[in-house]
Design a protein around this ligand. Structure first.
Ligand SMILES: *Cc1c(COP(=O)(O)O)cnc(C)c1O
Length: 386
């Protein structure tokens, strides 16, 4: 059997909706299917306003722009993230400042936040790695105390609830989601920016529409639109929105199947964690995760190498090493960082393994059994359980 790391989930409804969108003759942004996605997300998650955008990356970019961040400003984010989190800051002319993470979730460690705050800090941008909500209960009071805004890079965490039982994206002024094909709910490429500050909503429309007030014409406020601001084309094609709507409508079903994967991984790994050979994710007490991904922390990078190659060569299973920390790769070094500046992040990134995770894996009991049995065999060949 050959098991990929990831695979998009196909729905018959998507074919039907996409065809309908194609035939409607309205293919650009903010048409019927966009609106259906917006309504669904606002109702389900209690979001203030939702902007459907071409990618998670675009949502981050637009969010940084909307917060008025520019040259001379600093934005604090974990080094252990996807490049987009930092690129959104750079594109707006500001400087990313990298914070350490903690091992139970691989998310930003709020205890290391305050030491990074300066008079130039304008935003904190934590991510929800593997769909596990970041510790907003600790982050938000710090941000408030210093008058700093918070945008969550929630690319991976749609449909998770934080430690207080609140939906991810409903709490902070801004949250950026991704609908890339590798995420739980996808349309190839897509994203959403959630804006919970009412006073930012009108400008968000301007930024989304290439810096024009076209929205006011659509709303019947104005008869002619023109150039009022900067911005970009932060719009999602209605054809893709139709595909996405099929997925969003099946959120509970998709989450159910993915939950079976988390459960199976936890069961097979528990004895090895108990024996001290590895650790699994530990979402904060009270949170509910969306089952985006699953990671293991092994004891050493050497153990990781052995584990990954045995899985691949003996069982045809693709697992993956995760991110190279941003501060220690080419662009991070160019910004003046050295690998040893964030020793905890370096250490954790060197030992983490991401296991295969996709909706069809949860749907196929045989495939899932094959993967967990294979993981068990590999770990048994590496370690002894008493
Ligand atoms: C996927 C992802 C992104 C980028 O989303 P795209 O839709 O691919 O642009 C950004 N940040 C994180 C943490 C992600 O996982």
């Amino acid at each position: 059997m050959s098991i990929p790391f990831n695979k998009p989930y196909l729905l018959n409804e998507a074919e039907e909706y996409v065809l309908e969108a194609l035939r409607s003759g309205q293919h650009c942004g903010n048409h019927k299917w966009n609106q259906k996605c917006i309504n669904l997300l606002k109702e389900r998650f209690d979001f203030g306003e939702v902007f459907m955008v071409p990618s998670g990356t675009a949502a981050l970019e637009m969010g940084v722009m909307l917060a008025g961040i520019g040259p001379g400003d600093e934005v604090i984010l974990p080094s252990y993230t996807f490049s987009s989190t930092a690129t959104a800051v750079l594109l707006n002319g500001a400087t990313p400042v990298f914070c350490e993470i903690e091992p139970r979730t691989m998310n930003l460690d709020p205890r290391r936040l305050e030491e990074l705050i300066t008079s130039r800090t304008k935003m904190i941008m934590p991510i929800d790695y593997a769909g596990i909500p970041c510790d907003l209960e600790s982050i938000l009071p710090i941000a408030e105390r210093h008058g700093i805004t918070v945008m969550v890079d929630a690319a991976q965490s749609m449909n998770s609830k934080d430690q207080s039982g609140r939906w991810v994206g409903s709490v902070t002024p801004l949250a950026a989601f991704s609908f890339h094909e590798t995420k739980n709910f996808g349309c190839g490429e897509g994203g959403a920016l959630v804006v919970n500050r009412q006073d930012w909503v009108q400008r968000a429309h301007f930024l989304q529409e290439k810096g024009t007030d076209r929205r006011l014409v659509l709303d019947g406020v104005r008869s002619k639109y023109g150039w009022v601001d900067k911005g970009s084309s932060y719009l999602l094609s209605d054809v893709l929105a139709a595909m996405l709507f099929a997925q969003l409508s099946k959120m509970d079903e998709i989450t159910h199947y993915r939950g079976l994967i988390t459960e199976a991984y936890n069961i097979v790994l528990a004895p090895f964690e108990l024996a001290g050979y590895l650790s699994v994710p530990h979402p904060p007490e009270g949170s509910e995760i969306n089952h985006h991904a699953f990671f293991i922390l092994l004891k050493t990078s050497e153990d990781r190498q052995i584990f990954l190659s045995k899985l691949r060569n003996e069982f045809g299973i693709s697992a993956y090493i995760g991110y190279v920390p941003l501060h220690s790769f080419t662009k991070g070094l160019e910004l003046g960082y050295k690998a040893e500046d964030l020793p905890i992040t370096e250490n954790l990134a060197g030992r983490v393994v991401r296991l295969p995770f996709y909706t069809d894996l949860g749907k196929s009991a045989d495939e899932l059994k094959y993967v967990t049995n294979s993981i068990h065999s590999v770990l048994e060949s590496m370690y002894t359980l008493n």
